[in-house]
Design a protein around this ligand. Structure first.
Ligand code: FA5
Length: 345
């Protein structure tokens, strides 16, 4: 190669560079390891010996030229970038939190675990046997009507009947007896989703219940009442009382409805001489309870002549929304997915 030919090639590279419109990738294209400059520099060995020094100078000139031009272009790009103030405080990413009902379930679990209950979980789609029949509600029993049940359209099991969406957590009672090989003592707290065909300010189609079950020798109503009072004080605060009223459930005998005293009026039903607007009577109903029916113990393989037990089942949403300061008058809000509501918890 002659010196003139080398100069021509240098010129061609310069002309090519002048047509570049963007600064992006220029350094690699022209000055990179496999860039145009290096390709040309390799051909210096082909230049006549007496012109090599000059050829080297020409190449150095090209390198400096490219370096300057590329730096200029890069600076132009930087100058056009929007102004960035690195001293400004950063944007905080939104941080989520545990849903209020999950918080309530964790708190309820803790309260019962402190007095020796074990948290368990049982299927939320379960057999008719566990949801109704083993709980002393044979097929076609009118008491079943109270549980507005969603049935699952699947083949019926010969022994356990239809599959249903669990209407209450009481399906865990006989399951827990089976899990422990029908060997008391039993101290279970079962918290799960339940489903009923209901929808208004105090009912949702999907809700949660927590179910307590205690079975042992000599268990009586005093143990139930003591447990209710303990829970009332732990969950709602000191001074909260529990009250049981006669009721009917097929799976407990005797059966009760459970109320807790209202934190606004302290259970009196009166505020400054007027009816308490929050409770209207001094008490809030939260759920049901009772002494486990002998037929239920038998269904779980436990001898009712030797063992007795108590059970209770309450709505988590109902229990939670009665907490002081919450003032949630429509439990559907909890499942509305509305962040303006949820972010307050
Ligand atoms: C029962 O479900 C019984 N299994 C409770 C029980 C367990 C009694 C063990 C005896 C022994 P009940 O249908 O009353 O009972 O429901 C209990 C509570 O669940 C209600 O007081 C209410 O707080 C809650 N609950 C019931 N249906 C809904 C619903 N659709 N939406 C929200 N909460 C509900």
């Amino acid at each position: 190669m002659t010196l003139d030919e080398l100069k021509d090639q240098i010129k061609t590279i310069q002309l090519q560079f002048e047509t570049e419109t963007s600064a992006e990738g220029l350094r690699t294209k022209y000055l990179g390891k496999k860039g145009l400059f290096n390709l040309l520099a390799k051909s210096i060995g082909k230049v006549d010996l007496d012109s090599r020094v000059k050829a080297g100078q020409q190449l150095n000139f090209l390198k400096a030229y490219l370096n300057n031009k590329i730096t200029q272009k890069e600076r132009q790009v930087q100058a056009n970038l929007p102004w960035l103030d690195f001293t400004l405080p950063g944007l905080k990413p939104k941080v989520g939190h545990v849903h209020p009902i999950s918080q309530a379930m964790a708190e309820i679990t803790g309260i019962f675990e402190r007095i020796g209950f074990t948290r368990v979980r049982y299927p939320e789609v379960d057999w008719d046997w566990y949801v109704f029949e083993s709980l002393n509600m044979p097929p076609n029993h009118p008491a079943r009507d109270e549980w507005e049940t969603f049935f699952v359209d699947t083949p019926v099991d010969q022994k356990k009947g239809k599959l249903v969406l669990t209407t209450h957590t009481s399906n865990g009672q006989v399951r827990e007896m089976e899990r422990l090989g029908s060997q008391p003592p039993i101290r279970m707290i079962n918290i799960a989703r339940c489903y009923r065909r209901q929808q208004d300010a105090t009912h949702t189609q999907m809700f949660h219940q927590f179910e307590g079950l205690v079975v042992d020798k000599g268990i009586n109503i005093q143990h139930l009442k003591g447990t209710l009072d303990y829970f009332a004080q732990e969950f709602y605060g000191p001074g909260t009382k529990s009250r049981i009223r006669p009721f009917h459930f097929q799976f407990t005998e005797p059966s009760f409805e459970v109320d807790f005293s209202c934190h606004i009026c302290g259970g009196t039903g009166q505020v400054d001489g007027n009816k308490c607007k929050f409770c209207k009577s001094g008490w809030h109903e939260v759920g049901g309870a009772g002494m486990v029916h002998p037929n239920v113990l038998k269904a779980g393989g436990i001898d009712p002549e030797v063992y007795t037990g108590f059970a209770f089942g309450w709505g988590v949403e109902r229990t939670y929304t009665l907490k002081e300061g919450l003032n949630i008058d429509d439990i559907r809000l909890l499942y509305s997915g509305d962040l303006r509501f949820l972010e307050q918890f």
